[in-house]
Design a protein around this ligand. Structure first.
Ligand SMILES: Cc1cc2nc3c(=O)[nH]c(=O)nc-3n(C[C@H](O)[C@H](O)[C@H](O)COP(=O)(O)OP(=O)(O)OC[C@H]3O[C@@H](n4cnc5c(N)ncnc54)[C@H](O)[C@@H]3O)c2cc1C
Length: 497
């Protein structure tokens, strides 16, 4: 007889999305299982760019410094001309960090290392990935999901209150739910390979024949490894040879150089680019996250980042729902994240077009810092504000001084699974403490002293105004101190009973 396990959440797929959901559930004490059908971790570099907004998420998850230490910044792009000479340029315009936006440049780390760091963080929280466990089938009713999982010890029935389908672009969960995945195949096929290679320096991202889809070749040193990542568009139907010899021959054919020698191949793939978006992100008790919900071309380095942020949006809502907040919180996941993915699909497709014309340049739009949820059902403005921060905006960072004189930052106050209420020179006598909500008073007599005016510059709060910041770093509500009593229903509804 098959074994039977009962948990709160079953997360299917241990890529970037599944691992992030799992960390979010683990740090809130939710009982869950993270299953992965591969026997061992995925070995490919794939999504190697960690955008500034994802760096902020990683700071909150407690892994940003590890990611930075393991990887590094992107090297300059070295564009080769027909005569063999080259010109170097920064991949993105150099944008200085600001007090409100402390991370300003994409980091580079091959996806297998990013996932390793996520797994280590999960381990610190007392959980691990169940490798070699495949979701075969599931059904759901009003109370939960019953799944059949095949693992090393045989088949098992898992009953869960919710199922998260973080099972990648070919998501069997999406298909089983009957959710359409409309969009288009972009008519571009490409190879990507992680290789040891001789003949090129590691101080630049080498780019040959930019804009010529028949001859383009990009070879990027992968930070944190001795590998290079080779990327090249290839003909739609022609056979590809991803062996050492085949890749060396490709490099010679596209560069005219015989000194670029591939020594070994640790992972290689040949894929067709798609731009697709799931019609729904939620069906009953089942949610789609990451590539299961959206497929992008790799231009602009958005896929992994969008996937991590889906998971970061969903994790705290699932934990709150398990405490009985009701359905509206879970419904807000699709309302908030699907429009973001729609915009990202448009962006990465436009960047692909620009790349095909030889003119791709990544600007601020790829950083994902301007992502917000102003139209979310969770955004509450109890008093219309004419300027400053609005409900749904990303909550900016700001350095300040603690009342005890120590330097601090808002992101330090936000770090963790709780909500934060910032009250600008406001007294809140009626406001009772609630589990999961940290209240901070900003002002000369508060615990947060805005000595350099960075909080004022970023939030623009007048005396008596308050801002409620969600666990995922977006503003949930803005209100006047005297309206605090009216906020009770909102707080109840988001799990802060
Ligand atoms: C060739 C290639 C190049 C890319 N380049 C870039 C890039 O440059 N920049 C960028 O940002 N993104 C890039 N991406 C996209 C990026 O890799 C994805 O957006 C990211 O991996 C999505 O993470 P995910 O967790 O949603 O899905 P995945 O990483 O695909 O993880 C899904 C996991 O679910 C597992 N799974 C599937 N079905 C089951 C099942 N039934 N039971 C148990 N487990 C299951 C799979 O084995 C897999 O490990 C690239 C992707 C590919 C394929």
């Amino acid at each position: 007889m098959a074994r039977h396990t009962t948990i709160d959440v079953l997360v299917c797929g241990a890529g970037a999305a599944g691992l992030t959901v799992a960390i979010e559930l683990a740090r809130r004490g939710v009982s869950f299982r993270l299953i992965e059908k591969l026997e061992t971790p995925f070995p490919g570099s794939r999504g190697k760019g960690i955008q500034p907004r994802t760096q902020e998420v990683f700071e909150d998850l407690g892994i940003l410094d590890r990611v930075m230490a393991a990887g590094g910044l992107y090297p300059p792009q070295r564009v080769y001309r027909e005569d063999g000479s080259h010109v170097d340029s920064d991949m993105a315009g150099r944008i200085e960090p600001t007090p409100a936006e402390p991370y300003h440049l994409p980091l580079m780390l091959p996806q297998f290392l990013t996932e390793r760091i996520l797994r280590e963080r999960l381990g610190e929280l007392g959980h691990r990935v169940a490798f070699g466990c495949e979701l075969l089938d599931f059904e759901q009713d009003l109370d939960g999901v019953t799944a059949c999982v095949a693992g090393p010890a045989g088949e098992e029935t898992v009953s869960a209150r919710y199922l998260v389908g973080a099972d990648g672009g070919r998501s069997s969960i999406r298909k089983a739910l009957g959710v359409d995945f409309p969009g288009k195949t972009l008519g571009v096929r490409a190879i990507v390979a992680d290789v040891e290679l001789a003949g090129l320096d590691r101080d630049a991202w080498h780019q040959f024949n930019q804009g010529d889809m028949a001859r383009m070749l990009a070879i990027c040193p992968l930070a944190g490894t001795s590998l290079f990542q080779i990327q090249a568009p290839v003909a739609l139907e022609a056979p590809t040879d991803l062996s050492v010899e085949g890749l060396t021959a490709l490099a010679a054919a596209r560069t005219g150089r015989t000194d670029i020698l591939v020594r070994s191949v640790s992972w290689a793939s040949d894929y067709r680019m798609n731009a697709r978006l799931a019609d729904r992100y939620r069906v009953g008790r089942v949610f789609l996250a990451g590539d299961a919900a959206h497929a992008h071309p790799p231009t602009g380095g958005q896929g992994l980042n969008t996937s991590v942020q889906d998971a970061y949006n969903l994790g705290w809502k699932l934990a709150a729902a398990l405490k009985g907040t009701g359905e509206h919180l879970l419904d807000s996941y699709e309302a908030e994240r699907r429009p973001v993915a729609e915009a990202v699909l448009g962006l990465s497709t436009r960047l692909l077009d620009a790349q095909q014309q030889g003119g791709m340049r990544r600007g601020r739009e790829v950083h994902q810092l301007d992502t917000g949820y102003p139209d979310s059902p969770l955004a509450r403005e109890l008093r219309a504000r004419t300027g400053g921060i609005r409900a749904g905006d990303r909550a900016p960072d700001a350095p300040f001084q603690g009342a005890a004189g120590q330097p601090s930052r808002l992101f330090q106050l936000f770090r963790g699974p709780h909500w934060v209420l910032l009250a600008q020179e406001a007294s809140l006598p009626e406001f009772k403490p609630r589990a999961g909500l940290h209240v901070h008073h900003v002002g000369p007599k508060g615990d947060v002293v805005d000595v350099a005016g960075h909080i004022q510059a970023a939030y623009g709060l007048a005396r008596g105004e308050c801002v409620l910041v969600r666990p995922d770093g977006y503003v949930g509500a803005t209100f006047d101190a005297e309206q605090a009593a009216k906020l009770g229903a909102y707080l109840d509804s988001v799990g802060l009973q």
